[in-house]
Write a protein that binds this ligand. Sequence first.
Ligand SMILES: *[C@@H]1O[C@H](CO)[C@@H](O)[C@H](O)[C@H]1NC(C)=O
Ligand SMILES: *[C@@H]1O[C@H](CO)[C@@H](O)[C@H](O)[C@H]1NC(C)=O
Ligand SMILES: *[C@@H]1O[C@H](CO)[C@@H](O)[C@H](O)[C@H]1NC(C)=O
Ligand SMILES: *[C@@H]1O[C@H](CO)[C@@H](O)[C@H](O)[C@H]1NC(C)=O
Ligand SMILES: *[C@@H]1O[C@H](CO)[C@@H](O)[C@H](O)[C@H]1NC(C)=O
Ligand SMILES: *[C@@H]1O[C@H](CO)[C@@H](O)[C@H](O)[C@H]1NC(C)=O
Ligand SMILES: *[C@@H]1O[C@H](CO)[C@@H](O)[C@H](O)[C@H]1NC(C)=O
Length: 462
Amino acid sequence: MQYLILFLTTLASAIQLNINSQDDVKSAASTIAYDMMTVYTGNQSGQVPGLLPGGLNCNPNNPGTYCWWEAGAMFGSLINYWQYTGDTSYNEVTSQAMQWQKGADDNFNPANQSRSMGIDDQAFWAFTAMDAVESNFPAPAGDAPSWLSLAQAVYNFQQDKWDTTTCGGGFHWQVFSINAGYNLKNAVSNGGNFQLAARLAYVTGNSSYADWAEKVYSWMDQSKLMQHDPTTGVLYIWDNTDSNNNCTDQTNFVWTYNYGIMLGGAAYMYNYTNGSDVWLGRVNEILNSTYSLFFPQEYGGNIMSELQCETQGLCNQDQRSFKAYLARWMAVTALLVPSTAATIVPKLAASAQGAAGQCDGGSNGRQCGMEWFTATWDGSTDVGQQMAALSVIGSTLNRADIAPLSQAKGATSESDPNAGQNAPTDPTKEHGPVTTADKAGAAILTILVVVLVVGGSIWLVI
Ligand SMILES: *[C@@H]1O[C@H](CO)[C@@H](O)[C@H](O)[C@H]1NC(C)=O
Ligand SMILES: *[C@@H]1O[C@H](CO)[C@@H](O)[C@H](O)[C@H]1NC(C)=O
Ligand SMILES: *[C@@H]1O[C@H](CO)[C@@H](O)[C@H](O)[C@H]1NC(C)=O
Ligand SMILES: *[C@@H]1O[C@H](CO)[C@@H](O)[C@H](O)[C@H]1NC(C)=O
Ligand SMILES: *[C@@H]1O[C@H](CO)[C@@H](O)[C@H](O)[C@H]1NC(C)=O
Ligand SMILES: *[C@@H]1O[C@H](CO)[C@@H](O)[C@H](O)[C@H]1NC(C)=O
Ligand SMILES: *[C@@H]1O[C@H](CO)[C@@H](O)[C@H](O)[C@H]1NC(C)=O
């Protein structure tokens, strides 16, 4: 009898989940969040708050080093976790991380990271600040800048970076022109700024943000970044286009997070406009395309999959977290655009069940892999997989009463539309003139960027 019990206990280390039981879902989320946070050491003495391992010198192709943006995204997932479950265990580390990484200029461009800052990197920390605003996450103590003002400072900083000298507009991936990858105008940077503007419009009701969001969306829509296939009706949101040739071509990679970012931004705009037909059409088109591309029929049509790299086992450190963001913003969309809930909810539920089934690996027998369509662990573990599983499982606890707050509906974080106005926008102000060593570093980065964007992923032929 003793032996039998022991045997059962061992088996039970995999994550058990009955998706219809709130207690089960909360307990699964709690276990997954705990395991995710075992990697985080930023709150230990001598460590840097807000960084995951390798965060001062990351390379997404180097397992075990996590880039700065992903840490920012992770803290957002912990704010969502608190909202869904009421568990405050990670609130303090989250607050500390945001306040450390906001940097001296209070705009999520800290000196340690600013040399290689991307518009997308900054956007992900700003999303986390917006998660805090929209959930009335406890405000920072004393006279520290409000969560909302940090996001506004990012918005203000990025305003100057819109570049009409090539491609008729758009943001470059990199903030600084000396950096490798500056030539690319990519979906996640433009989409990231778009979603940030949409959320600021939704939260503050200020139409300047909405006008800007419309402008960024329209530019993307008319550029090679977004292409509509007239035969299938699928909207392709490609990874990037190259300003060196005036954005006349694109790289044929599609990622869940780009669809999530655009979907979320469009959903906030739909709600902000009190239900405009234009934004409803955009939401539905992105959503339909998301279903066609990332919920393959071969897995039943309801299980999210990272099309380009998942089954090949080729997703890099960044890419392993992408499904977290699509899951999160699908859940938000179901609330902000109520007509979408009927198709979103079953897809999140099936994906959550599938994700739990993947959480049966690693050293403790319950770490999560990526392949949600099978209960056989795929052999991978990472902060990204934990975050994706956490977000999709948590999303099944999404309820009307935790819909994103706006100031009109009780969000209390203080607005400062001029936040960060005086922050330097020129890298030489932070670091001194560009040196030969910087240039050599940039050349190495260029090579890295090519590997990074292309990686082992599958080029989509349409
Ligand atoms: C760091 O945060 C974790 C929660 O993720 C907590 O368990 C741990 O005690 C904290 N460590 C320190 C030194 O504060
Ligand atoms: C920047 O890096 C230094 C050296 O590692 C560290 O002490 C400091 O806390 C870091 N600052 C931020 C904002 O990450
Ligand atoms: C570059 O592209 C923009 C937008 O498509 C276009 O308006 C502009 O004329 C192009 N410039 C050149 C030099 O081809
Ligand atoms: C609205 O936002 C714009 C753009 O940031 C800002 O210039 C303006 O002051 C804001 N208006 C109010 C009333 O906050
Ligand atoms: C949406 O409706 C509210 C309440 O009627 C109104 O105050 C607000 O101006 C409307 N928003 C837009 C963008 O039309
Ligand atoms: C999205 O798909 C639904 C169901 O197939 C269809 O009714 C609707 O017209 C589609 N909308 C768009 C904008 O593609
Ligand atoms: C906006 O979102 C709220 C909260 O989920 C929802 O109650 C409301 O119906 C949405 N507005 C529109 C126009 O759909």
